[in-house]
Write a protein that binds this ligand. Structure first.
Ligand code: FES
Length: 282
């Protein structure tokens, strides 16, 4: 891995990265190892056509190389629409509501990430329900019925794990469960002194895990893109982005910049990087 192509140079965690979630070098790497069996959209084919045309034009003007160089653009891969992708647990079995609600809760510190809709676009899977299964309150941290949440209490959500400031990916951006940074809580209308959130250690952006990853602190000024989830026969699928979601940082749009994940995407477990040397608005 070439760090200069990876996390922004200001990110202190380049060496701590999981190569499985390289970003944005993924686009360059994928092109170098293009797999003909994978879903390549019209853009790449059109670029190849353009190269051929550019070569002909250049040859006519006095040189194939000159013509090609004049028209070459980096080839872009991607998909044309959001797929319906079944999520798999870390063991490769179908990810179910029952499984998520029994294994993960608001106190789960370990990160569970799945790529969607492209291979180099990791997302957090979170269950914000309290560990004791009881209704959240000021003394029982957690959240039910969050926007676009699924599961028994609407507490299972998924957000992009690429920071919307300069693109630091997980684990530099991580979910912080209650108690990890006891001095950092913030207040919303619904949850006073909320002690859990998503925070990016690169430059300090913080996002509200209970409210479509809205910004709590900058420098990021837009929310993390939220993935829409659907449940069929108790099994969980990723189906798209919520309306109005911005493109994933570093991509022309969320569907361009790598090959699609296809019909399934498996959770990967990763240890978070937690720093508490920041403050939240009260
Ligand atoms: S990349 Fe700058 S705060 Fe996350």
């Amino acid at each position: 891995m070439n760090p200069s192509l990876d996390c922004p140079s200001s990110c202190p965690f380049v060496e701590a990265r999981n190569p499985a979630f390289d970003f944005p070098v993924g686009q360059i790497r994928r092109i170098a190892s293009a797999d003909p069996d994978q879903d390549v959209d019209e853009t790449k084919r059109n670029v190849l056509k353009l190269l051929a045309v550019a070569g002909l034009v250049g040859a006519g003007a006095g040189g194939l190389a000159g013509g090609a160089l004049q028209y070459v653009q980096p080839p872009t891969v991607g998909i044309s629409s959001f797929p319906k992708t079944q999520l798999l647990d870390v063991n490769g079995s179908a990810l179910t509501v029952d499984g998520v609600e029994s294994e993960y809760n608001v106190n789960t510190a370990q990160l569970y990430l799945f790529n969607y809709p492209l291979r180099n676009e990791p997302n957090f899977l979170l269950n914000l329900s309290p560990a004791n299964g009881e209704e959240p309150s000021a003394t029982n941290p957690g959240a039910w019925n969050v926007p676009y949440g699924v599961g028994t209490h609407g507490s299972i959500v998924a957000y992009s794990a690429i920071c919307q400031h300069l693109g630091c990916p997980a684990p530099a951006i991580a979910y912080y469960p209650p108690g990890v940074c006891p001095n950092n809580t913030f207040t919303t209308k619904t949850y006073p002194n909320m002690p859990f959130y998503i925070h990016c250690s690169c430059h300090g952006s913080t996002y509200d895990a209970t409210n479509s990853a809205a910004n709590i602190t900058g420098p990021a000024v837009i929310p993390l893109p939220q993935i829409t989830l659907e449940v069929e026969d108790g099994e969980i699928y990723a189906t798209g982005n919520i309306p109005g979601a911005a493109p994933v940082n570093g991509h022309l749009n969320t569907l361009q910049g790598d090959y699609g994940v296809g019909t399934t995407s498996q959770l990967a477990s990763e240890s978070p990087i937690h720093l508490c040397s920041f403050g939240l608005p009260s």
